[in-house]
Design a binder for this molecule. Structure first.
Ligand code: APR
Length: 251
């Protein structure tokens, strides 16, 4: 790991005042808060097959197994004293201080961005702390275990409650808003994602097609690293605050 001092990380391109910044985050931004990533050597998918717990077919085949997987993650997250880290806090500071729009699109299902103070935020893969009814679509906050016995408060039917997260093969949320934001952005920054899952992994190309400058801040080069105009590698709690400081200093 290179020795990263804050001086190593200066943006190659500073967008003008009033410009729009779009930021995509993945599991890597929450790693230093204590949450596992998915594809690192010690990641979630090294312990369980996503085909068994994160597809509509898996839920139809064995709903108790899927509920057990999400119940275990919900309980683990509750047991950890999860706190936003310096990277989440830096992005909230950027949104508060940047003289233009800042939008965060996160693939993460945790609430660390909002707890750091971010307001303009889209959870394109849903939220762990919510449940959705397969019968009527009713969405409700959910903190404890979930099972097929739970009754939907919307339609009063049992057997329909599922985690309100986007599974493989399902359509991510807010894609219209995301494509509008990528069309209008001047700077697109991808943080803590391996670039393996579409459509998120393709956002960099959409942004570039509209003339947007693109940067990757990651622990190591992602699968899409060659697509970015700029890259800074290292832990998010080092690269993101340094990058944000440099952006704010330059305006
Ligand atoms: N700082 C910055 N980046 C980090 C850190 C860190 N401390 N630790 C790990 N990373 C990087 C890894 O190098 C990797 O490139 O974060 C990335 C995490 O990649 P994944 O585990 O694949 O997570 P993500 O890209 O968010 O996955 C996308 O896949 O399984 C689905 O729905 C799930 O939203 C998830 C999607």
């Amino acid at each position: 790991m290179p020795d990263l001092s804050k001086s190593d990380i200066s943006p190659k391109s500073i967008p003008p005042r009033g410009s729009h910044i779009v930021i995509l985050t993945g599991a890597g931004i929450s790693k230093e808060s204590g949450l596992d990533t998915f594809r690192d050597a010690d990641g979630i998918w090294s312990r369980v097959r996503w085909q068994d717990v994160a597809t509509p077919e898996a839920f139809a085949r064995d709903p108790d197994k899927v509920h057990a997987f999400y119940n275990m993650r919900r309980a683990r997250n509750k047991s950890l004293d999860l706190q936003p880290n310096a990277a989440h806090v830096a992005l909230a500071r950027l949104e508060a201080s940047w003289p233009g729009q800042v939008l965060i699109i996160t693939q993460n299902v945790d609430t660390l961005h909002e707890r750091a103070g971010t307001k303009n935020l889209l959870h394109m893969h849903g939220l762990h702390a919510q449940a959705r009814c397969n019968h009527c679509g009713h969405v409700v906050e959910w903190s404890g275990d979930m099972s097929m016995q739970d009754i939907c408060e919307g339609c009063s039917q049992p057997g329909g409650m599922r985690p309100n997260v986007v599974w493989f093969g399902e359509t991510p949320m807010y894609l219209d808003k995301i494509s509008d934001a990528l069309r209008d952005c001047d700077l697109f920054v991808s943080i803590g994602t391996s670039g393996n899952v579409y459509p998120a992994a393709g956002f960099v190309q959409v942004a570039q097609r509209h003339g947007c400058h693109t940067a990757e801040l990651n622990l190591e080069p992602s699968a899409g690293a060659s697509l970015f105009a700029e890259a800074h590698y290292g832990p998010a709690t080092v690269t993101v605050p340094a990058y944000v400081d440099a952006l704010l200093k330059a305006i």
